[in-house]
Design a protein around this ligand. Structure first.
Ligand code: ZN
Length: 197
């Protein structure tokens, strides 16, 4: 079932999400929530969603970055961002185990902050541990865009939004992003970076 996405200003987006225990995870209610998260993510479409964005204060994230979302972008950009298709990934109680420097900044958006984008620093490589939807432990070594999505979604579980970490000079409308900046390379974005510090 497609669910309504909570928008910035809703207190549920600012809470620390609860750990999901084994009984809760295996309940019909939670399994239905996970299916609804997948459906809502695909419907928008987006590349990641966290349970608090659907009003559920639980540590569950869903990620999927399909090839069809990427094919309109220049190959050079996809290579620079290290962005490759990511199969449907469902993570319960995820933890960022290792974040490896360097960090890099690219534009991000969020289904809970519709209509805007901004540059956000993220680690290029992370190791994430957690459970799959059946409760088995999993470990994900991610780089590039997948690592970025993981960091964005895991932040949601501690009540953090990308706007808390963004380069405020780079805050732009989504319309402006799609018209002028979506296909630009890292060095083209220098105009937004702090040059007066
Ligand atoms: Zn988000």
């Amino acid at each position: 079932m497609m669910l309504k996405t909570r928008q910035v200003g809703d207190p549920v987006l600012r809470q620390r999400a609860k750990i999901v225990n084994d009984t809760e995870l295996k309940s019909d209610k939670t399994q239905f929530l996970i299916d609804s998260m997948v459906e809502t993510l695909r419907d928008h479409p987006g590349v990641g969603i966290a349970a608090p964005q659907l009003g559920e204060n639980l540590q569950i994230i869903v990620i999927e970055d399909l090839e069809k979302y990427q094919k309109k972008l220049p190959k050079a950009l996809l290579e620079e961002q290290d962005r490759v298709p990511v199969d449907l990934t469902i993570l319960i109680n995820p933890r960022l185990a290792i974040c490896e420097k360097p960090q890099v900044d690219y534009f991000e958006g969020c289904l809970s902050v519709p209509g805007f984008r901004a540059l956000v620093h993220r680690y290029k490589s992370v190791l994430v541990t957690g459970l799959n939807r059946r409760g088995s432990p999993i470990e994900i070594q991610a780089t590039g865009w997948f690592a970025r999505i993981l960091q964005h979604e895991i932040d949601h579980l501690s009540g953090e939004l990308y706007i808390d970490k963004m380069n405020t000079r780079s805050f732009i409308s989504e319309k402006e992003f799609f018209n002028n900046w979506e296909d630009k390379l890292f060095s083209d974005l220098n105009v937004f970076r702090d040059t007066h510090k």
